[in-house]
Design a protein around this ligand. Structure first.
Ligand SMILES: C[S@@+](CC[C@H](N)C(=O)[O-])C[C@H]1O[C@@H](n2cnc3c(N)ncnc32)[C@H](O)[C@@H]1O
Length: 271
C-alpha cells in the first residue's frame, strides 16, 4: 500500500477483545486503543506495575539496534510486528543515518493498517512500505517484501516484541529459520522477547489472564530465546536483558533500573 490510510470503514477493528498492538499503544501513552485494551492493560498493571516502563525499554531497544545496524552498513529492514506508529519509528531512526534506507513494515492487526500512513513518510531517497500479513505466513511476507527489498543484498529482519505472541505449536522457531533462509549472508536478525525467567508467578498469572481473553502469550526462557539465533554470529554483547544491550547507543528510560525488566534482546549476523 502507499500514501494514505484506508477509509476507516474499510478496516474492521474488533473491539470485543483486547489486542496486543492496542494494549502496547496504551502503555506507551498513545490514543489508538479501546476500553477493552485499557481494561486488560490495567489488569496487567495490577500484576506488574512496571509494564509501561517495560514497553518504553523495549521500544528503546528497537531504536538502538536499528541505529547499530544502520551504522554498520545495513540499508534494508524487514520489520514484522511493527505495532501502531509511535515516533520515532524504525525508518526514522535508520533514515536519519542513511536517508536511502529501505524499510518494509508488516503487522497482522487491522489497527496498524488503519494508521499505516505514518509509516509511509519516507525520505525521498529511501522507501517505506506496509504489508498487512501474519508472521505465520512467511511466504506471503517474503513475496510482498521482495517488491521493495533486494533479497540479493543483506536485510535486517526485525522481530521486536513479536514472537512471544507466537506459540511453539505455531512453529515460532521454524518461522524465524524459514525467514532467515530467504536472506543472504551478511543479513541480520534483531529481536526482543518477553520472558518468565525473573517473575514466574506474575508471568503465569498474566499468561492465564490473556489466554482467557483470547491472546496467546508464549513467554520463553533465556535458552529458548537464544535458540532463535542458532547458526548466527551474535553481535556483542550477545543475549542481554533488553536495556543492557548497547545502552551507549541511546538514552536510558526513566525507571528502567528500579527493578527487573523481564525481556531479552539480541542481534545476530548470518555468516
Ligand atoms: C508489543 S507490539 C511490538 C511493536 C513494535 N515491534 C515494538 O517493539 O515497538 C507487538 C506487535 O506484534 C503484532 N503481532 C502479533 N502477532 C502477530 C502475527 N502473528 N503476525 C504479525 N504481527 C503480529 C501485534 O499486532 C503488535 O502490533
Amino acid at each position: 500500500m502507499t500514501g494514505q490510510d484506508p477509509a476507516p470503514d474499510a478496516v474492521l477493528i474488533d473491539t470485543s477483545k483486547p489486542h496486543p498492538a492496542r494494549m502496547y499503544d496504551w502503555y506507551l501513552g498513545g490514543k489508538d486503543n479501546y476500553p477493552v485494551d485499557e481494561e486488560m492493560g490495567r489488569q496487567m498493571l495490577a500484576l506488574e506495575p512496571r509494564v509501561p516502563v517495560m514497553a518504553r525499554v523495549n521500544r528503546a531497544f528497537m531504536h538502538r539496534a536499528t541505529r547499530w545496524l544502520t551504522q554498520n552498513g545495513v540499508r534494508q529492514f524487514l520489520d514484522i510486528g511493527t505495532g501502531i506508529p509511535t515516533e520515532p519509528n524504525l525508518h526514522q531512526i535508520a533514515q536519519e543515518i542513511a536517508p536511502d534506507a529501505r524499510v518494509v513494515y508488516c503487522d497482522n492487526d487491522p489497527i496498524v493498517l488503519a494508521h499505516a500512513a505514518a509509516l509511509l513518510r519516507s525520505t525521498p531517497e529511501g522507501v517505506t512500505e506496509y504489508l498487512q500479513a501474519d508472521v505465520r505466513d512467511p511466504a506471503a511476507i517474503v513475496e510482498g517484501a521482495k517488491r521493495v527489498l533486494d533479497f540479493g543484498r543483506p536485510v535486517a529482519l526485525s522481530l521486536v516484541a513479536l514472537l512471544h505472541f507466537v506459540s511453539d505449536e505455531d512453529g515460532a522457531h521454524e518461522l524465524v529459520e524459514r525467514l532467515l533462509s530467504e536472506l543472504p549472508s551478511g543479513s541480520f536478525l534483531m529481536m526482543s522477547h518477553a520472558t518468565a525467567d525473573f517473575t514466574p508467578e506474575e508471568s503465569a498469572a498474566a499468561t492465564e489472564k490473556l489466554r482467557a481473553a483470547g491472546v496467546t502469550l508464549a513467554l520463553r526462557f533465556r535458552d529458548e530465546f537464544a535458540r532463535f539465533f542458532h547458526g548466527l554470529d551474535l553481535v556483542e554483547p550477545g543475549v542481554e536483558v533488553v536495556h543492557k544491550w548497547r545502552p551507549e547507543l541511546g538514552e536510558p528510560v526513566p525507571g528502567q533500573d528500579d527493578g527487573v525488566i523481564p525481556g531479552y534482546g539480541a542481534v545476530g549476523r548470518k555468516p
